[in-house]
Unconditional design. Structure first.
Length: 238
């Protein structure tokens, strides 16, 4: 499982960890040590993705889009867009190479793909489904006595919180009473949750989650986010 996407996510989390915007309800030195000493497990096809001295770290992806057996809607749309973008750039490459040479001229080609089909309801379904799947893998692995860290990554648009119908701020897992209450029942099977979406990083020691639940608000107006992918290519005659 510890393939390129998992390794890339872990490296990104290491960079975000020192950011002032990172929210950490856990022992920072311990989390830093775990992140810096985790190495990919030898078998990519077995649980967990990473191991460190005294524990394991498992990565999985959740989504705010609809989740199907063949993959989530966001990844399906993203893969389709990537193929269309590659075909478009093959066409613009040919046009550039076939055009008359004009020294010192510059031209560009670009594509813009926007994904808006996400919702909080889909996110909750995806979160619980994938959490339960990996919890089952944890139980089968015999690693239940280790320190267990679940790294949960959301790759589609970051969700938003609205107040009186107007955007208030971006979504934070540490303020979501519904998800926090769900996670509270998963201790001590899982010790730490690391949630990453875009440049947002939140770390939770599940043994201390009741304090977060007390401060979390009920009935937040949480809405799906959107994500825009822009690809640009520059052509220069020199």
């Amino acid at each position: 499982m510890a393939k390129n996407n998992e390794i890339e996510c872990l490296e990104n989390i290491k960079l975000l960890f020192s950011s002032a915007s990172t929210i950490c309800y856990a022992d920072r030195p311990l989390i830093k040590k775990i992140l810096n000493t985790s190495i990919p497990s030898k078998d990519d096809n077995k649980f967990p993705d990473f191991i460190f001295d005294g524990g394991i770290l498992e990565h999985f992806i959740v989504t705010g889009s609809k989740d199907y057996k063949k993959g989530c809607e966001y990844k399906i749309v993203e893969n389709k867009s990537q193929k269309e973008t590659a075909e478009y750039f093959r066409k613009t490459d040919k046009e550039f190479l076939d055009a008359p040479f004009k020294s010192g001229t510059l031209s560009t080609a670009s594509t813009e793909n926007i994904f808006k089909e996400s919702s909080y309801e889909n996110f909750v379904i995806s979160f619980k489904k994938h959490f339960e799947d990996h919890l089952a893998s944890l139980e089968k692995s015999g690693s239940s006595n280790d320190i267990v860290v679940f790294v949960i990554e959301q790759q589609d648009g970051r969700m938003r919180i609205f107040d009186n119908g107007r955007f208030s701020k971006f979504y934070l897992l540490t303020e979501d009473k519904k998800i926090l209450s769900y996670l509270a029942n998963k201790s001590p099977s899982v010790n730490y949750i690391i949630f990453n979406c875009a440049d947002s990083l939140e770390i939770i020691d599940i043994s201390k989650i009741n304090d977060l639940i007390k401060n979390a608000k009920e009935n937040l107006d949480i809405r799906g986010g959107s994500l825009t992918n822009i690809s640009l290519k520059v052509y220069l005659n020199i």
